[in-house]
Design a protein around this ligand. Structure first.
Ligand SMILES: NC(=O)c1ccc[n+]([C@@H]2O[C@H](COP(=O)([O-])OP(=O)(O)OC[C@H]3O[C@@H](n4cnc5c(N)ncnc54)[C@H](OP(=O)(O)O)[C@@H]3O)[C@@H](O)[C@H]2O)c1
Length: 313
């Protein structure tokens, strides 16, 4: 019998109790799921972890075979000096679907000009604006082609958007123009009528969208950021919005969350703020991923979604 510590926020246990218990049982591994304070840390075999949970010091978990993050992003744990165990991040079908729906929805909103339509319910019949572009005439760029970025890129290719993706290592995804490296970034930015950033927060991605890179995008480009707030130099984005270089931004993630009420993004007419709701792990599907990694750990098989701590994601 192994011991699995559930170290998410205590209020989330109600959502996880049944699916996690059932998912682990379905793997054939005999496990007792315990809460913090219910067991000697040294006796814990796996820590189901969340950055919002009570366990942020792993020193006492001397027998733990892995720390299994319930979040896709690992920036709040990857640099934790007390973490000596393997760290796995969450790649969850429910999370992925949520991100695909968020990104597709906001890209279509920009593509169809829905904001302008809603603002023009004023009795004027505007039917002389020319033929609107089809998705295939619209260039959408995805920064990040990982579990989430790739799924979003493929979803956008569905209705025919001309999708370009950029990642650290070059990918080969049917229907997507894949770029990498500094030259690739310049090329991607230059074609980004709509830019979606789904990169992790690492030292290399911090302020990737800055005055210089925002200036490389077509004038009036739209930006959707469900990745991390640190990807954007906020002052540079506000300046680019004010001079029309960036036409509009939809931002889901911020350097400080909750976004403080006095932050200029809230009042900016060209910014839509969403409160970090693009995608959440779903207990049913996330439990299956956790259970599969526990099964792998017990069988001596390699873990899924192992974080490369030197890379930071
Ligand atoms: N807003 C929300 O609700 C929400 C929810 C979940 C996740 N997220 C965010 O989404 C991020 C991505 O998740 P994921 O599961 O798709 O991660 P992932 O599978 O690790 O993919 C990360 C992608 O970013 C690329 N990348 C990393 N560093 C780079 C660099 N310096 N230059 C160019 N490309 C780089 C990677 O390139 P390679 O493929 O070459 O490695 C990969 O394509 C998470 O880290 C998290 O911050 C947000």
């Amino acid at each position: 019998m192994i011991r699995v510590l559930f170290a998410d926020k205590p209020e989330n246990w109600g959502r996880y109790e049944t699916p996690l218990t059932e998912a682990i049982a379905a793997t054939g591994v005999e496990a007792q799921i315990v809460q913090p304070d219910e067991s000697d840390p040294a006796q814990i075999d796996y820590v189901v972890y969340s950055p919002q949970g009570p366990v942020q010091d792993f020193t006492a978990y001397t027998g733990a075979k892995a720390v299994l993050n319930l979040w896709a992003g690992v920036e709040r744990v990857v640099g934790n000096d007390t973490l000596t165990q393997p760290l796995c991040r969450m790649v969850d079908a429910g999370l992925e679907r949520g991100m695909v729906e968020y990104v597709t929805g906001h890209v279509l909103r920009y593509h169809l000009g829905i904001d302008a339509t809603l603002a023009q319910q004023d009795g004027v019949w505007r039917h002389d604006d020319g033929v609107p572009p089809l998705a295939r005439d619209r260039s959408v760029v995805m920064l990040g082609l990982g579990a989430l970025g790739k799924a979003c890129a493929e979803a956008l290719a569905g209705p025919g958007f001309a999708v370009t993706g950029w990642s650290r290592t070059r990918k080969d995804i049917p229907g997507i123009t894949c770029l990498s490296g500094d030259d690739g970034l310049a090329e991607a930015l230059s074609r980004a009528e709509i830019l979606v950033s789904i990169l992790p927060d690492t030292p290399e991605t911090t302020n990737l969208l800055n005055a210089d890179t925002l200036a490389q995008m077509p004038k009036g480009a739209r930006l959707v950021n469900p990745g991390r707030g640190t990807l954007i130099d906020d002052d540079a984005l506000l300046a680019a919005l004010d001079r029309g270089q960036i036409g509009h931004a939809t931002l889901d993630v911020f350097r400080v969350e909750p976004l403080p009420p006095e932050h200029p993004y809230w009042a900016h007419p060209q910014v839509t703020v969403t409160p970090h709701i693009a995608a959440e792990s779903r207990a049913e599907t996330a439990s299956e991923v956790i259970a599969e990694n526990i099964r792998r750990g017990e069988a001596g098989e390699p873990f899924l979604y192992l974080v490369d701590r030197s890379r930071g994601y």
